[in-house]
Structure formats: C-alpha cells, structure tokens
Ligand binder design. Structure first.
Ligand code: UDP
Length: 246
C-alpha cells in the first residue's frame, strides 16, 4: 500500500485547527493510501492520537512569527529518518480542510510524466501576469527572482512530492534560509518565496489549480477541494504577529 506522510505544524494558537483538519483528512485524503500524520506541536496531547497510531506527535517549541513558517524545513528534517520510509510526503497549512475526496490520481506527482514534486497555484495570482507575482525581488535574498521570469506563483500552504524529492527540497531550502538569516535577510513571503524560487526552472513539478488552496470567503470560479479556513474565525492573527518579539 502507498505510504503517505502528511506534515502538519500547529504551535501556539494554531492547535485549534487540528481536529477539523484531521477529521477531514481521514475522511477524504488519498483513499487507498496509508496516511500518517507528523504533527509538530507544543500541545501536550492531540485530538485523535490515543485511538490512531498513524498520528505521530512531534514535540516542537513554538517559534515567534514568522519563524514557525520560515523554519519549517528544519522542523521537518528533525524527522528525516522516519520520513524516508514513506513513498510521498505532503505539507498542509494548519488551517487546511479537505472538503472533497482527493484521490491519488488527482494529487500525487505522476512519475510517468516525469513529475516528482507537487505544488498548488496561489489563488491570488493564477490569472495574473508574472510581473504581478509577489516573488522575492531582493537580489541579496536566496529566493530572489528577477522581473520577467516565472510561469507560476505557488502557495506555501500545500506542497510535497515523492519522499526523496521533497526531502531534497527541504535540505536545499533549509540551507538557503539559514544563509539568508546569517545575512539578516528574510524572504518576502518566507517559505513561500523559497518554494517559488526552487521550482522556477524545474520541469518535474505537478502544478495544481487553486481548487487545492481555496480561501474561505472567496468566490473562486473553481471547485473547492482544500479549503483554507479563515484564521479570524479562530484567533486575532494581527495581534499574534504584533505580539511576536522583533
Ligand atoms: N504556524 C504555527 N504556529 C504559529 C504560526 C504559524 O504552527 O504561531 C504554522 C502553521 O502550520 C501555519 C503555517 O505555520 O499554517 C503558516 O502560518 P502563517 O500564519 O504565518 O501563514 P499563512 O497562514 O498566512 O500562510
């Protein structure tokens, strides 16, 4: 049976998103595959963990914003040895919710087409020309993309791929982010900027529509398969970011 690792970070207030994500994934995500959940959290217990040995709680201290998101590759790599045993690895933003059945055919990279990684077009940019993409435009940043380049702007919230290809991405981006931090540089949209730079010249990437990153309250003319729940329903995100130490 195909083994899939779903990576999920929920530190601090983001723990509130876990129960609905988990229930929706159990119901709808990749039927026929064995899905394991690697949940990086500072919460002492997780909804569902007692009953389900496929939930792996990975103790993770809460980083202040934006480091929980920026340092995610380092967080994932802390479990690299276990993750190597999977066929595929996918990351889901904490506020994701799987709304319809998502089959392997719909979601997995297609090796017969040379695909190894999976990304999702960002709902704000999929109809826009590339000069409007919010790629990182700072030449000192390792996520820099000059104007005029780039076919897709993809979201940071849902991505993955074959285990080896995704772990390679994690190593490369972790190194680039560390180098940026050593030079006091933070990419404009953190991990998202780095993922966009990583796929810029690659042809081995399956690119899905924003159906798989469908923000709650929007009116996209596409079916909603993965809903990105409004954080405002759960907590005051602006306050959370203001409270973060500079
Ligand atoms: N995150 C977390 N705790 C935090 C901040 C972020 O666990 O205090 C994780 C969580 O998985 C979240 C992801 O980082 O979905 C991205 O968070 P952020 O709110 O910065 O980005 P956005 O939701 O705007 O993509």
């Amino acid at each position: 049976m195909t083994k899939v690792a779903a990576l999920y970070i929920c530190t601090g207030k983001y723990i509130a998103f876990w129960p609905e994500f988990y229930d929706s994934a159990e119901q709808n995500l990749l039927p026929g595959c064995e899905v394991h959940y690697f949940v990086f959290t500072d919460a002492p217990v997780l909804y569902g963990e007692e009953a389900n040995p496929r939930i792996h709680r990975c103790p993770q201290e809460a980083y202040s914003w934006p480091f929980a998101t920026l340092r995610r590759f380092e967080i994932f790599l802390s479990r690299e040895e276990e993750l190597k045993a999977f066929d595929y690895i996918f990351f889901f933003n904490a506020n994701a919710q799987i709304m319809t059945t998502i089959t392997p055919e719909m979601f997995l990279p297609r090796a017969d087409r040379g695909e190894h990684l999976l990304v999702v077009q960002h709902p704000s940019f999929y109809t826009k020309p590339n000069y409007e993409f919010t790629y990182d435009r700072n030449p000192r940043c390792r996520a820099f993309i000059p104007m005029g380049l780039g076919r897709y702007y993809v979201c940071g919230g849902i991505n993955g791929g074959e285990a080896a290809a995704f772990l390679k991405l994690c190593h490369t981006l972790d190194k680039r982010i560390r180098k940026d931090l050593a030079h006091n540089v933070i990419a404009q949209w953190h991990d998202e900027s780095h993922i966009n730079r990583y796929i810029l010249w690659r042809r081995d990437v399956r690119v899905l529509s924003p159906s798989y990153c469908w923000p709650e309250g929007w009116n996209l003319p596409l079916p909603c398969r993965i809903l990105i729940r409004s954080k405002a329903r759960y907590f005051d995100v602006q306050q959370l970011r203001k409270d973060a130490p500079a």
